[in-house]
Design a protein around this ligand. Structure first.
Ligand code: NAP
Length: 244
């Protein structure tokens, strides 16, 4: 048996998740590249990681579906022998004032960001191997609380709550549970629909005066997933250039 560690990265066909998958593969993990709709991007990334000498498999699963999430973990165990790291990155954001938010966008954000995180956390709590790591995704909007982020921030605040609770529930299993809370990061989720002038303004908000790049967040995840992060548990790590 080889003792290669295995990571599931949800929503890693694009954006931050794809950078996390690349970084964890560079760090020696076998990686499950999960996606919901972007099959071609996920398959291309998996092929690239294998060409670079890593181990990777693209697996379709809508994280909001508990049966699909069970099948995702089944695929990881079948292919690589077990799961050591869960990166709960899949997420969506719909910006609107609360007074103008429709039921469908409320339900979708709850289903993917909150229920989706719950679905994978439940499987991870049952199945992660000893020494495992769970890295959830919150957002710095939980601290900034700007207008139009009400429902999205609420889903991420709930993820932070589950992070702290699960860290305590896994006492005795040698598994850490933390969350990364990025600030504005240059991906479709942040850039889509924003005029350049707004992007430029938001880019200057952090004292470091630039947008986060997916690789900045991947480095933070890699720290929590790797040997140097072993003493960090139950924490929310805001990776945002100092915006809050
Ligand atoms: P993104 O570029 O929009 O990418 C989202 C990823 O999630 C895609 O790979 C997408 O895959 C996947 N996904 C969406 N719905 C899914 C579902 N139901 N099941 C499985 N996968 C699903 O977003 P991002 O900016 O990289 O965001 C990644 C995480 O960081 C999210 O949790 C987000 O809330 C958080 N975050 C982002 C920022 C930012 O400024 N970008 C700031 C703070 C926090 P498909 O295309 O296959 O659906």
């Amino acid at each position: 048996m080889n003792n290669q560690k295995v990571a599931i990265v949800t929503g890693s066909s694009r954006g931050i998740g794809a950078a996390v998958a690349q970084r964890l593969a560079d760090d020696g993990f076998a990686v499950i590249i999960n996606y919901s709709g972007s099959a071609a991007a996920a398959e291309t990334l998996a092929r690239q990681l294998v060409q670079q000498g890593g181990q990777a498999l693209a697996v379709q699963a809508d994280v909001s579906d508990p049966a699909a999430v069970r099948a995702l973990f089944d695929a990881a165990e079948r292919t690589f022998g077990g799961v050591d790291v869960l990166v709960n990155n899949a997420g969506i954001m719909v910006n609107a004032p609360i007074g103008e938010t429709d039921d469908a966008s409320f339900d979708r954000q709850i289903a993917i960001n909150l229920k989706g995180s719950f679905n994978t956390l439940r499987e991870a709590a049952r199945r992660l191997r000893n020494g495992g790591r769970i890295i959830n995704f919150s957002s710095s909007v939980v601290g900034m609380l700007q207008p139009t982020y009400g429902v999205y921030a609420a889903t991420k605040a709930a993820v932070e709550a589950m992070t702290s609770v699960l860290a305590k529930e896994l006492r005795g299993k040698n598994i850490t549970v933390n969350a990364v809370a990025p600030g504005p990061t240059a991906t479709d989720l942040f850039l889509n629909g924003k005029p350049q002038e707004l992007v430029d303004r938001l880019s200057k908000l952090a004292p470091l005066e630039r947008l986060g790049q997916p690789q900045d967040i991947a480095a933070t995840v890699a720290f929590l997933a790797g040997a140097d992060g072993s003493w960090i548990n139950g924490q929310i790590l805001r990776a945002n250039g100092g915006i809050i």
